[in-house]
Write a protein that binds this ligand. Sequence first.
Ligand SMILES: Nc1ncnc2c1ncn2[C@@H]1O[C@H](COP(=O)(O)OP(=O)(O)OP(=O)(O)O)[C@@H](O)[C@H]1O
Ligand SMILES: Nc1ncnc2c1ncn2[C@@H]1O[C@H](COP(=O)(O)OP(=O)(O)OP(=O)(O)O)[C@@H](O)[C@H]1O
Ligand SMILES: [Mg+2]
Ligand SMILES: [Mg+2]
Lengths: 254, 254
Amino acid sequence: MAVIAVFNQKGGVGKTTSTLNLLGALARIGQRPIGIDLDPQAHLSGILCGAPQHAEDSAYEFFARGKSLWSLLRPTRSATEIVGAHIEMSRLDSLLGKSMNAITRLGVALHRRPEPERQILIDCPPQLGVLSLNAMFACDLLIVPVSADFLAMQGARSIDHALNALEPVLKRRLPRRYLLTRFDTRRRMCATIAEQLVAEFGAADVFETRIAENVSLAESPWMKMDVFEHAPASRGAIAYEALLGELLGSGLVN
Amino acid sequence: MAVIAVFNQKGGVGKTTSTLNLLGALARIGQRPIGIDLDPQAHLSGILCGAPQHAEDSAYEFFARGKSLWSLLRPTRSATEIVGAHIEMSRLDSLLGKSMNAITRLGVALHRRPEPERQILIDCPPQLGVLSLNAMFACDLLIVPVSADFLAMQGARSIDHALNALEPVLKRRLPRRYLLTRFDTRRRMCATIAEQLVAEFGAADVFETRIAENVSLAESPWMKMDVFEHAPASRGAIAYEALLGELLGSGLVN
Ligand SMILES: Nc1ncnc2c1ncn2[C@@H]1O[C@H](COP(=O)(O)OP(=O)(O)OP(=O)(O)O)[C@@H](O)[C@H]1O
Ligand SMILES: Nc1ncnc2c1ncn2[C@@H]1O[C@H](COP(=O)(O)OP(=O)(O)OP(=O)(O)O)[C@@H](O)[C@H]1O
Ligand SMILES: [Mg+2]
Ligand SMILES: [Mg+2]
């Protein structure tokens, strides 16, 4: 099974929303996916199982003290399990630095994971620090959410530069897919951003599925639910279901 | 004149949009404000003057090599001048750490600024690192944009905790105002978030002015303009003009 990282250093583009709802979509088709929250804001953890109270119950312990990642798994209301985040993780950049050893820890642990058939999704913070670099080294696919606005498109361009600089170190091309989010058909800008994405990154690297602007997606975190639990018939639920369908269809996910 | 920092570690809540348009509103009333871009994404720099090509032309030189901040000022099309940002600034967390000396550099420089009558606005990145801490130590007022959704409200709560922990070190209470952004009157959630803001932080710390969801605010960065240049009659322009009015009326800005 693939390890998928969800990253864009531009803030507020739908990283957490996409991770939450892809986990939800996988659980709905009978899988037992694993979520890893690498954002010290711990929003994904807060929604799925309540953010860990102490740093030692979070991914902080794995990075700072080498505790086994699998001992940090917490149950959620669905078949999804999650490794939570904690605000202390914002210290890891100055604690660990960005040496090869520091940025490949997660990759090494995931490579030897006990249940390789389980899908893994990693939510990242909005900066290219040691946590997001770990996610990039560890993943088989990078999903880059781009909200349909100018500044998020700028963010996508700078990731492209960063990835091109990283690939010699990674010694492979990191497969990536750009996901258009918060798409509002009434706004001319959205259609232009969609065209720019395909023109600059190529149709093959842009998901056909677009996630429309849909209030159910903004409301569901409030209910501590994914969109399928909160509003299963909403355009948001249908869009993330279609996204999973596209991932399964292209063989990126089994 | 006051130094205003604009911060929320939640991404995509309107930090850059608010900094850009408050600078624009000040220039429209005949002032010569200074913008300081502390976000390595350099979005504010990109809109106002083109992001600096080299780190030595950006705020990086001030923090890493002690170059004078005022020698880094760049002109823009309006009366606003700006100190630009550069992606290299994302290394400053590991380079400088978070010692007292590291986080008070900006405050010391602004305290001795050559033109104290000029208003200063600081755009921050979406994390509580050495750059945002510098902005908090340096500012007279902290504006916390909160987009009208659940996760941004979570972000506002965690800043409140962070500020309460910082104040003993700051040796003062840091005046702060919460600004509701992307407010959509059609969404029930927005009204609830507005009520929660007042209930949790007190009406005195929440701006009466709310910034509505308005496409002109998302479009203007694309034209490399503030909203006043791009769409002076739009609800976005009217809202940021009203915000400046409220700042002037309350004596937070002269
Ligand atoms: N398609 C959508 N329709 C409506 N609202 C959305 C949509 N996608 C995301 N949102 C809302 O936009 C806000 C930003 O989304 P989210 O928090 O998932 O972004 P993020 O990239 O994870 O942010 P951060 O950079 O802070 O981690 C959230 O409040 C979310 O509810
Ligand atoms: N009131 C508004 N109406 C419509 N769009 C808005 C509004 N405020 C901000 N936006 C759009 O939302 C996106 C996020 O805003 P912005 O980039 O200013 O947030 P930010 O907090 O600076 O993000 P980051 O955390 O990445 O620095 C931008 O594309 C912006 O154009
Ligand atoms: Mg997030
Ligand atoms: Mg910004």
